[in-house]
Design a protein around this ligand. Structure first.
Ligand code: FE2
Length: 182
């Protein structure tokens, strides 16, 4: 993590802090999973276990992350800066593409598990998801979140955070995933 990232993360509201940390956690876990998927020559219990944990994470935590941004943060930003609509539309499209990719990944995982074989497509999908997510997270970390910090007041962010925590995955859920993937 760069010094700039450190400055940013220690001086922001907990809603943005949560989203920023989610990006970091997702990228770290994806890197770890890809390394295991590439190193394993074929299908193995270890690979299946790690993928199973990741699929659960996609089905729960990742979908909640998308919902928090789409329904809470993006809406709040749109009200403040109407000219952001093109940028926010782009980010929403990226969310939709990531969701499509995650669905393809889940289907490929089911197929691999059924036949007991690791497919090249599975590894490609993991790498593609990782690349697309990193690109998306960079835009939000370096453009959207700093802007949100400027234009949304602490009171507003508090209100939005209260809305967000209703959909935020429980810490234990993320921890379970971390335990599985570690
Ligand atoms: Fe996002």
């Amino acid at each position: 993590m760069s010094e700039t990232d450190n400055d940013f993360i220690t001086n922001q509201h907990h809603l943005l802090d949560y989203l920023y940390n989610f990006h970091t956690e997702m990228s770290t876990q994806l890197d770890s999973l890809i390394m295991i998927a590439v190193k394993n020559r074929g299908w193995s219990e270890l690979l299946e276990e790690k993928l199973h944990g990741f699929i659960n994470f996609l089905n729960e935590d990742f979908k909640k992350y998308l919902k928090i941004e789409d329904d809470v943060l993006y809406m709040a930003m749109m009200k403040q800066i109407s000219t952001l609509d093109h940028f926010l539309l782009l980010l929403k499209q990226e969310h939709a593409e990531l969701l499509d990719l995650s669905q393809s990944l889940i289907e490929e995982y089911v197929s691999c598990k059924q036949f007991g074989e690791k497919s090249a497509r599975l590894v490609c999908l993991l790498k593609q998801f990782c690349y697309s997510f990193s690109e998306h997270a960079w835009k939000e970390n370096h453009a959207l979140y700093p802007l949100a910090k400027q234009v949304l007041s602490l009171d507003e962010l508090d209100q939005h955070y209260q809305m967000a925590v209703k959909t935020k995955p429980q810490d234990s859920c993320l921890q379970n995933y971390n335990d599985t993937i570690a």
